[in-house]
Design a protein around this ligand. Structure first.
Ligand code: AP5
Ligand code: ZN
Length: 214
């Protein structure tokens, strides 16, 4: 099963993708994570992406589509969760071709419907486990034992450089201008399912499970 999680920055795409990966063995394909890895390693893609990401703007369609193409076969068994991709009409077309070449097709596009103002708080309080990438929030979703990752037990956490209010506002504007307009394309195909992204992490997870099990 191949699905897209769609929603603005902080909607909970990464949180739900991680959970689906753990629970269902699906593979999370996050272009944001791939780009951050490229930046950390200083690869040619990373060098191009670094300033664009720091500004909260979108990296080129060609770069992110190539990243997805390289990883797609790793998610051929139980399926892929596209997290943060596609983000433009061109990326949606690229994904369709990549899947068709592998005789695969999308099963669902799950839109996390959220209140953008509340998302600023979510993002500014966000941190992740440095070792396993599990996502947390200072007040909304802290580790069960303070300072210890629930998933892997690590004590080391990190925060993203683009998680400040000004950059978040640019990321949201990019979402409204370039990403939200791809929804009608998937609506026409009957693939869109809406989930209330303002509910708790567990409630959102249950709503997604109900869709995938239907
Ligand atoms: P990317 O890494 O994709 O970031 P994003 O879309 O801005 O999304 P986020 O990771 O901020 O949010 P999320 O929805 O995953 O929320 P999360 O689960 O963490 O992209 C970063 C940059 O890379 C872009 O700006 C762009 O430059 C570039 N890029 C990436 N992909 C690209 C592409 N395809 N094309 C071009 N450029 C691309 O949750 C947020 C917080 O809220 C967490 O603290 C979490 O614990 C908490 N939380 C989650 N769910 C809930 C809940 N239900 N209730 C309470 N708290 C919750
Ligand atoms: Zn961890």
């Amino acid at each position: 099963m191949d699905i897209i999680l769609l929603g603005p920055p902080g909607a909970g795409k990464g949180t739900q993708a991680q959970r689906l990966q753990q629970k269902r063995g699906m593979i999370q394909l996050s272009t944001g994570d791939m780009l951050r890895e490229a930046v950390a390693k200083g690869t040619p893609v990373g060098l191009k992406a670094k300033a664009v990401m720091a500004a909260g703007e979108l990296v080129s369609d060609a770069i992110v589509s190539a990243l997805i193409g390289e990883r797609l076969d790793s998610a051929s068994g139980t399926g892929a969760i596209f997290d943060g991709f596609p983000r433009t009409g061109h990326q949606a077309e690229a994904l369709e071709i990549l899947l068709a070449e592998r005789h695969r097709k999308l099963d669902y596009v799950i839109e996390l419907v959220v209140d953008e103002e509340a998302l600023v708080e979510r993002i500014v309080g966000r941190f992740t486990c440095e070792k396993c990438g599990a996502p947390y929030h200072d007040t909304l979703n802290p580790p069960k034992v303070e300072g210890t990752c629930d998933v892997c037990g690590s004590h080391n956490f990190k925060r993203r450089p683009d998680d400040n209010e000004q950059t978040v506002r640019t990321r949201m504007a990019e979402y409204r201008a370039k990403t939200a307009p791809i929804l009608p394309y998937y609506e026409e195909k009957g693939l869109v399912r809406r989930v209330d992204g303002m509910a708790s992490v567990e409630e959102v997870a249950a709503a997604i499970d109900a869709i995938l099990d239907s």
